[in-house]
Design a protein around this ligand. Structure first.
Ligand code: SF4
Length: 194
């Protein structure tokens, strides 16, 4: 099959690409209007492009359109489940449209390697987008390959981001890190007082 693999970043590309290319003709699509700010978008894209260039992988980039992401998640900012479902839907709909325009048979996404994403919501978005475009969604679950993806990306010295992508996930990740720091500080204080 001719497969268009939506890729969110370089580290997440490694294992899903290798698994899919063993059976299919795979082209990669970088379509991530969710990533904020633009500098971060370019950093993740360039990490992916550098790896792809070194391995003869063909990559298509969709124009960066953060306004489309804002519109897609509008009204869902405070409900991460609904916000992320809308974000998956937007990106996989773009992938399905591009794949259909190029006469490809199927789409897949590297989001399926991440233990941090809601895999049911990813699959629902992929199935819907593909069926609307008259193509197939390859519903793979690559989470068992995440440790290897982490190991390889570290070994390759790839840029590894510490938040999902959007401005809200950046804030949420910062808050979570601060909460963990406060907890550690409180535990240390408790142990010195006892
Ligand atoms: S947290 Fe990630 S999946 Fe959810 S809306 Fe933000 S960028 Fe998209």
């Amino acid at each position: 099959m001719r497969v268009l693999l939506h890729a969110c970043c370089g580290p997440c590309l490694l294992e899903p690409f290798d698994a899919l290319v063993a059976e299919h003709d795979v082209t990669v699509l970088y379509a991530n209007p969710n990533i904020h700010p633009a500098e971060e978008y370019r950093r993740r894209r360039d990490t992916l492009l550098e790896y792809a260039a070194g391995h003869g992988i063909q990559v298509i980039e969709e124009p960066y359109d953060p306004a489309a992401w804002m519109q897609a998640i509008a009204g869902r900012e405070r409900t991460p489940d609904r916000r992320c479902a809308a974000c998956f839907k937007l990106r996989l709909s773009v992938a399905a449209r591009v794949a259909s325009e190029l006469g490809m048979d199927a789409i897949a996404t590297t989001l399926t390697v991440s233990p941090y994403q809601d895999q049911v919501a990813v699959a629902e978005a992929g199935e819907k987008a593909a069926s609307e475009a008259g193509i197939v969604y390859l519903d793979a679950d690559f989470r068992d390959r995440y440790p290897e993806a982490t190991r390889r990306s570290r070994e390759l010295g790839m840029y590894r981001q510490n938040y999902c992508g959007c401005m809200l996930s950046d804030l949420e990740a910062q808050n979570a890190r601060e909460a963990r720091r406060d907890e550690r500080r409180a535990r240390r204080q408790e142990s010195t007082e006892s």
